[in-house]
Design a protein. Structure first.
Length: 173
């Protein structure tokens, strides 16, 4: 099918406006990023990790379609909306990835071990979307952030608490 000149302009305008409507969603915060910042945030996983599952996980999280117990209880799939780790607070993105007391300890261990001064005083936006910048160090930190969020989320229903052990073989010898 051949598209005429006016139709092409209309199609391009629709696509451009659809891109403008892309938002970063965590269900609670309004981050207020510019179009350029949003573009960089969605490109960040591609430039920080080669692991496809981690990239996919971060994209799903950014779009707000990674379901926590808060979501699942609203849909009627679980009996309560409490955190899978501490069982004290509602399991939101912010709580399960940053504020849960059990998860906070894991972040502290990782920050100490890798000397992650970039996120020592981390804020939710730093953990949710990653750090801006293109240095090798920033990419390394963002890769660790995505990795830890992935492990936290995947292990929450296993009954096994995630832990930070940079040398799993040490101690077995």
């Amino acid at each position: 099918m051949f598209i005429q000149g006016k139709s092409i302009i209309l199609l391009l305008t629709i696509c451009k406006n659809a891109y403008k409507s892309i938002q970063i969603k965590d269900g609670q915060s309004n981050f207020g990023y510019t179009e350029e910042e949003i573009k960089n945030i969605f490109l960040r996983p591609r430039s920080t990790t080669l692991i496809g599952k981690h990239r996919e996980f971060q994209y799903i999280l950014l779009h707000g379609v990674l379901y926590t117990k808060e979501h699942l209880s609203r849909f009627g799939f679980v009996g309560n909306n409490l955190c899978s780790y501490c069982n004290q607070e509602t399991e939101t993105y912010k709580h399960v990835f940053l504020q849960c007391p059990i998860i906070k300890d894991i972040w502290k261990e990782m920050i100490l071990y890798y000397d992650l001064t970039e996120i020592q005083n981390m804020e939710w936006a730093d953990i949710f979307v990653g750090l801006s910048g293109s240095s090798v160090r920033i990419k390394f930190v963002n890769s660790l952030i995505i990795l830890l969020k992935y492990v936290i989320f995947k292990s929450r229903n296993t009954g096994i608490l995630p832990s930070f052990n940079p040398n799993p073989i040490q101690g077995r010898i």
